[in-house]
Design a binder for this molecule. Structure first.
Ligand SMILES: Cc1ncc(COP(=O)(O)O)c(C=O)c1O
Length: 395
């Protein structure tokens, strides 16, 4: 039997232009897209290694860290989560997952695969974890690793007190892993000052870079622990000692670990360069101002934010309650069909309950906020009107 070449691949590639205002990815700037059309470099070529060094400096800035073990995992945000847990966890370790949406559950699933005994501390729906919930869980479980998403993109909840959690982890001699995939650039994050042991973020959210290359950093304390492991991390691809050697983190000769995508590196390098030129504080301020404007607009439209407490709202991924009787899918379809604008529905526990509007990177501007508010309103009114007409036609 011979399998013929597929007919679909005879057609030209078609990619529509969309405004990505869901939970990510956000749109890449022209600067990032142009950078990615540069010629491919070999993964050990000195020019490629030089770009990796520049990317490392950018990551240190965005995390506010001096950690040597700062690099990227070649993979999407999930690969950062895998690498963080895979390197820290040994069989039988007690791991505590902070739950403010889906991401703690997903990290729990991963940690169990790496041999951990997993426990959960869960916030009330739409709330951040309280200090009482946290301290009670630490005392009850005495974890060796604690995981928390600073911003949970499924609920739009932000966990503000990472600094205090860092202190709590030190008190219990526990490693602190913080997922900043959806939060970095939208709120303050000070890795070293807050005693965070592992942090990773998404390249495709506020950074506005390409997906598939994940910045990550390990503290000296975490690295010492990893060097002393009795067994090697269970996944070769995520072994931070090997990846870090390729990234030139440890002052040893660089050795091949995998073939990095030079194209993604260019895109991330330019996204970081843009972010650094704007400055961390200014980027955070802009994202927060845009979110405030969106929240005001939502109220004016007679809609309601899902997260009740203003201080617990994630500025980057905003969750809005779906009005009673409205089909969120039809609203999202309307926005896409008529305006090529992505408005997303919920994820995990918020499916069917919320719209998620992302204001990140290129899309965190006053103009985009006003545009998405107007489209959301028009779409909801149109869907409501259609529903009334359908009801009437039945009479
Ligand atoms: C908080 C958080 N963590 C992890 C991820 C996973 O990232 P990716 O889809 O790039 O694997 C996401 C994705 O939206 C996220 O919002």
């Amino acid at each position: 039997m011979e399998v013929p070449p597929p007919l679909v691949l005879k057609r030209h590639l078609y990619v529509p232009s969309k405004t990505l205002m869901g939970p990510g990815p956000s749109n890449c700037s022209h600067r990032v897209l142009e950078a990615m059309s540069n010629p491919v470099l070999g993964h050990m070529h000195p020019e490629c290694l030089q770009i990796m060094d520049e990317v490392k400096e950018g990551i240190k800035y965005i995390f506010q860290t001096l950690n040597d073990a700062t690099m990227c995992i070649s993979g999407a945000g999930h690969s950062g989560m895998e690498a963080a847990l895979c390197n820290l966890i040994q069989d039988g370790d007690v791991v505590l997952m902070g739950i403010t949406g889906v991401w703690g559950h997903r990290a729990g699933d991963m940690a169990r695969r790496y041999g951990a005994e997993v426990h959960y501390v869960e916030a009330s729906f739409g709330r951040a974890l309280s200090w009482e919930e946290l301290t009670f869980a630490f005392e009850a479980h005495r974890p060796q690793v604690f995981f928390i998403a600073q911003g949970d993109s499924s609920t739009g909840v932000i966990q503000q007190n990472i600094r205090e959690i860092g202190e709590l982890c030190r008190k219990y001699d526990c490693f602190l892993v913080v997922d900043t995939v959806a939060s970095l650039g939208g709120t303050e994050f000070l890795m070293d000052e807050w005693k965070v042991d592992v942090a990773y973020t998404g390249s495709q959210k506020t950074l506005g870079g390409p997906a598939g290359i994940t910045p990550i950093s390990f503290s000296k304390r975490a690295l010492t622990h990893i060097r002393k492991r009795k067994t090697k991390p269970k996944v070769y691809y995520f072994d931070i000692l090997l990846i870090g050697q390729y990234w030139g983190c440890y002052g040893t000769p660089r050795i091949y670990h995998h073939t990095i995508s030079s194209t993604l590196l260019y895109g991330l390098r330019e996204a970081l360069a843009h972010f650094c030129a704007l400055g961390l504080k200014a980027v955070v301020r802009r994202h927060q101002e845009c979110s405030k404007r969106l929240q005001l607009g939502i109220e004016e439209l007679g809609l309601e934010m899902f997260v009740q407490r203003e201080e617990e709202r994630l500025p980057t991924v905003n969750t809005i309650k779906v009005p009673f009787g409205v089909d969120w899918k039809k609203v999202a379809e309307y926005a896409m069909r008529k305006y090529s604008v992505e408005i997303s529905g919920g994820l995990g526990p918020t499916v069917e309950h919320v719209f998620r509007i992302g204001l990140m990177g290129e899309n965190a501007t006053v103009e985009r906020v006003d545009m998405v508010l107007s489209i959301l309103n028009e779409a909801i009114q149109s869907i409501k009107l259609k529903a009334v007409k359908t009801e009437r036609s039945k009479i």
